[in-house]
Design a protein around this ligand. Sequence first.
Ligand SMILES: Cc1cc2nc3c(=O)[nH]c(=O)nc-3n(C[C@H](O)[C@H](O)[C@H](O)COP(=O)(O)OP(=O)(O)OC[C@H]3O[C@@H](n4cnc5c(N)ncnc54)[C@H](O)[C@@H]3O)c2cc1C
Ligand code: SF4
Length: 497
Amino acid sequence: MDGAAVRGREKLACDVAVVGSGPAGASAARVLARAGARVIVFEEGPFARFRDFPSDGFTAMAKFYRDMGASVLMGNAPMPFLQGRAVGGGSVINGAISWRLPRDVYDEWVLNDPAIGDAIPWDEIDAATDEIEKDLNVLPTDDAVAGPNNLLMAKGAEALGLEHRRISRYTRGCRGLGRCLQGCPEGNRLSMDLTYLADACAHGARVLSSVEVGGILVRDGRAAGIVGRASGGGTVTCEAGRAVVLAASAVQTPVLLMKNGLRHGPVGLGFQGHPGTSMIGWFGDPVRVWTGATQGHEVTGMRKEGLKFEALGYDIAVAAARLKSAGRAFAEEIRALDHWAAWGACVRAKGRGRVGAGFGRASVRFSLLPEDVFRLRRGVRVLGEMMLAAGAEFVTPGVHGWHDKVAQRAVMARFEEEGPLDPRAYTMVLTHMFGTCRMGADPSKGVVRPDFRHHAVDGLYVADSSVFPTNTGVNPQTSIMALATICGRRIAAGTGQ
Ligand SMILES: Cc1cc2nc3c(=O)[nH]c(=O)nc-3n(C[C@H](O)[C@H](O)[C@H](O)COP(=O)(O)OP(=O)(O)OC[C@H]3O[C@@H](n4cnc5c(N)ncnc54)[C@H](O)[C@@H]3O)c2cc1C
Ligand code: SF4
């Protein structure tokens, strides 16, 4: 159903109303629909058929990213944070990288709050992840579609003796068109709209697109439904007999709670993310970052230090935006655009921020800690050294106040001591968000219980990465899906209702 067609007052009823159709909402909805519940999923963004995904990055951002990709978080290093806003959420515009929840991250959570281990046993996460990997055909990127940007990263990592591998992705029949971040034009990336939401619908669920949920109905201390505003101008009220599941992301879920006066526990506090910085390097032979698997290779050897490196495919227009000269020099750089490689470093930052809901809109405050900046500096150094070791003639680190171009590894190696400590000097973007409605047995420390139930309102659940006690240091979609699947199972089993 398309909310663009809803102009009057639409009244609906279901067993479970799910807010948000990204990996979290789709996973919970699927389990519940398969268990026989009448499920309706409400999604603020539009539904897109894969043939409609545009080839240029800026049009894709305007259509399928929140705030046209221009959301910015404030703190000691203001940076954009990117989120999908479409049926399928971030899964329709992301890099398709799949990582299992690392066991060491889970162990940290359980050490801190043993009730999490009792409510969500590791074996259940492990088994749910096996199923997700099977359903989404998660396999290492095929060499045939990797393309030079990814292959060069393997060469650089090998030269530095760092553990590396082809990225495992949820694709089928990927032809290396390099358009994941705009939406795969052939439906080869197995996003939620094509998989778990379709499966939920095959089991009776409905998805209502272009409806922004603003109200959570609570009666006698129990969640009773939702109220939403359709893009067509109408309103939608849905009574939910069994549960309301919030899966609107770690930024929008706390905003929804706060907007409805549900300020119990540390709601909005404890925001964590993975700030990422990128570097470009110039190679003698063409690389064409806009071709090949968008993100097909990663360096995993420094994960336990809180650093992960990934090859980054860009649309040609986005790649050009990275160049900083003007006039004739800019024309020269554009002419040689196909010679640039682009890779990123992702930092497991220890800093915690907060999400606010001033005027009903999300605002995010987040600052890097000094130790995060040291980690970032190390990441930039390794990225540069790796690119030069892979054969780059020079790299541009993109760090204000430092060398614009570096051609020698020895110079790049000095970055770890010489690089700026002011985080504003770095070019960063954040795409993974966590921790704003943390789970915890103690109601003063958790917004939801370790079984995803809200501490203060019965029948209200949070299924997205808001509930994660910390960030994970790896790409989160698969762990979000595993936990949301378990959340759906708990609701289906009726535990704690
Ligand atoms: C460019 C980019 C690349 C990424 N690459 C990867 C990757 O390769 N691998 C990986 O693991 N992760 C990646 N991520 C992160 C990953 O996509 C997210 O972690 C994941 O999508 C989060 O899932 P979610 O269901 O919690 O939230 P989302 O995917 O954000 O879905 C939430 C949905 O809820 C909707 N919504 C919000 N508020 C409301 C409301 N009030 N009413 C109705 N609907 C609402 C939103 O429009 C959205 O569609 C990437 C993210 C981006 C932006
Ligand atoms: S790399 Fe290209 S073909 Fe492969 S999934 Fe991404 S957009 Fe689709």
